[in-house]
Design a protein around this ligand. Structure first.
Ligand code: PLP
Length: 356
C-alpha cells in the first residue's frame, strides 16, 4: 500500500510522476538510453530544459514579462548567498523579514556580505506568527521574505507594497496558491516540495534587475551568466530537472495553480477544523498566519503520544512528527498529497478522541 506521506520533504510527488520518471531512468523517450546518461547537450535534453523553463513561467503567469527562469544547483541555501551577490550593491544595504529558521539562514548569509537590516522578527515567540506593521526601507537594494515557513507552519498571506525589488524564498509553497507573481522581482524555490527531487532550485528573476551592483561576481554565482548559458552554464541536474518538468506538466493538466489551490484550501480546512474542534489537539501557529502547506500541532496531553503514534502509523501515515524546534506534529500537505489522505489523518484524530 502507498503511504499517506506527510513528510516535509524531500520530494513529495504524484504517483504518475514517479512512474513516468522511473521509466525514463530505464529508457528515456525510446532513445535506448537512460535520462541519467543522455548528453545534457543533446537535442532531447535541451528540449526538456527549455520546456521546464518556459512552463515554470507559464504556470506563474510570468511569460513575456521580462523574467527568466533558471534551474540551478546548490539548493535554496545557495540562493541565500546568490541573492546578495547579485543584488546587494557595494555600499548598499539589504532588508529582510525574519519569519523562521530558513529566513534567518538567508539573513546570516546577507550579513556576511554587507549591511543588512532586519525589518521585523517573530523569533521571540518561536516564530509562531508573521510580523505585521513593519516598514521596508525605501533606500535598501531589495527586500527579502520567506512566503512559507516550513518548520513553524506559518505562511505570508500578504506581501508589503514597496518601491524596492522584492525577493521571495517560495521553497515550500511554490505552485500551491495563486499570487500576483509579477509583484516579485526574484523568486527562488528548492524543488524538493512541490516540484521535484532535491538537487535543483528554480530561480525566476526579472532580468532588468541584474548587473547593477558594480561587483565582480564569481561565474557560478552570477545569474546573468546562467541566463546567457540558458541554464546550462555547468552540467545541469538532469534527473531533477526532468522530474520537475513532469510535475509541472501534471500540475498544468490538473488546471494549474488555480485548481490545485482549491484542493490545498480544502485539505487545510479539513485538518485545521479538526485541530480546532478536537479537545485533544492544539495548533502551534497563530490562526491567521497558518500555513496551508505545513500544519503544526500538539497533543495537549503528552501521555497520549504513544497511542496516537501507533494509530496513525497503523493507518498507513508516514512523516508526521514535528521538527525538533517546535515538537509535536507537522502535517505537510504539499500539492501531491490527496484530500483522501487528510481524511485518513482526521479520522485517526477523531478515533483517538472517542477512545480517550
Ligand atoms: N527555504 C525553505 C523555506 C525551506 O523549507 C528549505 C528547506 O526545507 C530551505 C530554504 C533550504 O533548502 P535547501 O535544503 O534546498 O538548501
Amino acid at each position: 500500500m502507498k503511504k499517506h506521506n506527510y513528510s516535509a520533504g524531500p520530494c513529495i510527488l504524484p504517483q504518475e510522476v514517479f512512474e513516468k520518471v522511473a521509466q525514463a531512468v530505464l529508457n528515456f523517450n525510446d532513445s535506448g538510453l537512460s535520462i541519467l546518461e543522455i548528453s545534457h547537450r543533446s537535442k532531447d535534453f535541451v528540449a526538456v530544459m527549455d520546456e521546464a523553463r518556459a512552463l515554470s513561467l507559464e504556470l506563474l503567469g510570468l511569460e513575456g514579462k521580462g523574467y527568466q527562469a533558471l534551474f540551478l544547483q546548490g539548493g535554496a541555501s545557495m540562493e541565500f548567498l546568490r541573492v546578495p551577490y547579485n543584488l546587494l550593491k557595494e555600499n548598499g544595504k539589504a532588508s529582510y523579514l525574519d519569519t523562521g529558521t530558513w529566513a534567518s539562514g538567508a539573513i546570516k548569509e546577507a550579513k556576511a556580505f554587507g549591511e543588512t537590516v532586519v525589518v521585523a522578527s517573530s523569533k521571540e515567540e518561536n516564530y509562531n506568527h508573521i510580523p505585521k506593521n513593519f516598514e521596508v526601507p525605501s533606500d535598501a537594494d531589495y527586500f527579502h521574505c520567506t512566503s512559507n515557513n516550513t518548520i513553524f507552519g506559518t505562511q505570508m498571506k500578504s506581501f508589503p507594497t514597496t518601491n524596492i525589488p522584492v525577493v521571495c524564498d517560495m521553497s515550500s509553497d511554490i505552485f500551491s496558491r495563486q499570487l500576483d507573481f509579477s509583484k516579485f522581482d526574484l523568486i527562488y524555490a528548492g524543488a524538493q516540495k512541490n516540484m521535484g527531487p532535491a538537487g535543483v532550485t528554480l530561480v525566476v528573476v526579472k532580468e532588468e534587475l541584474l548587473g547593477k551592483t558594480g561587483r565582480n561576481i564569481p561565474s557560478i554565482l552570477d545569474y546573468e551568466k546562467h541566463i546567457k548559458a540558458e541554464s546550462m552554464y555547468n552540467t545541469p541536474a538532469v534527473f531533477a530537472v526532468y522530474t520537475s518538468l513532469l510535475t509541472m506538466q501534471w500540475l498544468k493538466n490538473q488546471g494549474g495553480i488555480p485548481a490545485i489551490e482549491k484542493i490545498n484550501e480544502a485539505k487545510a480546512k479539513l485538518l485545521y477544523d479538526e485541530i480546532d474542534r478536537n479537545p485533544l489537539f492544539e495548533g502551534t501557529a497563530v490562526k491567521e498566519d497558518r500555513s496551508n502547506m505545513n500544519a503544526t500541532f500538539l497533543l495537549k496531553d503528552e501521555s497520549q503520544t504513544e497511542t496516537f503514534d501507533k494509530m496513525w502509523k497503523e493507518a498507513g501515515i508516514s512523516g508526521l512528527p514535528g521538527h525538533r524546534s517546535v515538537g509535536g506534529y507537522r502535517a505537510s500537505m504539499y500539492n501531491a498529497l490527496p484530500l483522501e489522505s487528510v481524511q485518513v489523518l482526521v479520522d485517526v484524530m477523531k478515533k483517538l478522541e472517542v477512545g480517550s
